[in-house]
Design a protein around this ligand. Structure first.
Ligand code: 13P
Ligand code: SF4
Length: 305
């Protein structure tokens, strides 16, 4: 490690204590950002941590919808997102107005909203889900009403195949996960015949069809620790490889595609984390009217866990 990085880290950790802050980082963050975080996890785990923390400030190292979810759950805390440009392009593929129009076409449908969405879209939804609990949530919808699933068509399609529930799908997608191609997995399986293949449910259906396991990023980390396989082909964003290698030094993790990089996740750096703690900015705050309606959908999700 360079001397300048060591000084930067020392200063971040000092200010983190001084401000009574907690640093939460998503599994796709840069390795050096994951390393200074108090907790690293998937979207569900991070929202659960945010809901439980008694810190006064949450420094969210992830993308905008994740910081917004923390703000929805913790209105009395200061939620900082070190770079406001760190948005999720999939979340931007649907607006509250677009969803209102779709609801008019399907009156009475239950709206299930992937947490990768804005607070305004959550406010228009009945229940949220993450990739970790999406199947459980849809299975829990005991009534036989139509389900409108937004905004990820591939996650929606995957849940539909697992639950047998037909759903109306919004045509959103993750620009990072669609870069992973079936051909990548087929080639890697030939090169590593003993490897297990684990992919994220945002991948294309033909990629999912080739996988041994389809899991959230947190699920991928747990699978990596428990599998007997020595080699694992990993079909998700490249940032997760840092954590997998750190926690499992005796196993080999092979990225399904070197193209699977989420540029917005990489906008968070040690420098802007420090700046954010110094300035106590930029803050993510959801207007109260929207927050209360969005919280109802997030709470319903957290009840299921
Ligand atoms: P996880 O909830 O599995 O961490 O996924 C979040 C995400 O943005 C995947 O692209
Ligand atoms: Fe959004 Fe995809 Fe990036 Fe996840 S990887 S934050 S879904 S663009």
């Amino acid at each position: 490690m360079r001397d300048s990085d060591a000084r930067l880290i020392e200063e971040i950790l000092r200010l983190n204590r001084e401000r009574n802050a907690v640093i939460l980082a998503h599994n796709y963050q840069l390795g050096e950002v994951q390393d200074i975080a108090d907790f690293v996890g998937d979207s569900l785990e991070l929202s659960q941590k945010a809901a439980q923390t008694d810190a006064r400030v949450i420094v969210f190292c992830g993308v905008h919808f994740m910081a917004e979810t923390a703000s929805i759950l913790c209105p009395d805390k200061i939620v900082l997102l070190p770079d406001m440009h760190a948005g999720c392009p999939m979340a931007d593929m649907i607006t509250a107005e677009g969803l209102r129009q779709k609801k008019k076409e399907h009156p009475g449908a239950t709206v299930v909203c992937y947490v990768n969405s804005s607070a305004e879209v959550k406010a228009e939804s009945d229940v949220c889900c993450t990739s970790a609990n999406a199947i459980r949530i849809v299975e829990k919808l005991a009534d036989s009403r139509e389900v409108l699933f937004v905004p990820d068509q591939y996650l929606g399609h995957y849940i539909s195949t697992k639950t047998g529930k037909e759903m109306i799908l919004w045509p959103g997608f993750c620009p990072t996960h669609i870069r992973i191609k079936a051909q990548d997995i087929i080639r890697l399986k030939q090169e590593h015949p003993w490897a297990k293949v684990v992919v994220h449910p945002e991948c294309r259906p033909e990629v999912i069809a080739l996988a041994d396991e389809v899991l959230s990023t947190g699920g991928i980390c747990r699978f990596a620790g428990s599998t007997e396989a020595e080699e694992v082909i990993v079909g998700t964003e490249l940032g997760i490889i840092h954590r997998l290698r750190k926690e499992n030094p005796n196993k080999r993790f092979i990225p399904a595609s070197e193209q699977a990089v989420c540029p917005r996740m990489k906008l968070i750096t040690l420098e802007n984390v420090l700046w954010s703690l110094e300035e106590m900015a930029p803050e993510v705050k959801v207007p109260e009217g929207i927050r209360l309606r969005a919280k109802a959908a997030v709470d319903k999700m957290l009840e299921v866990g």
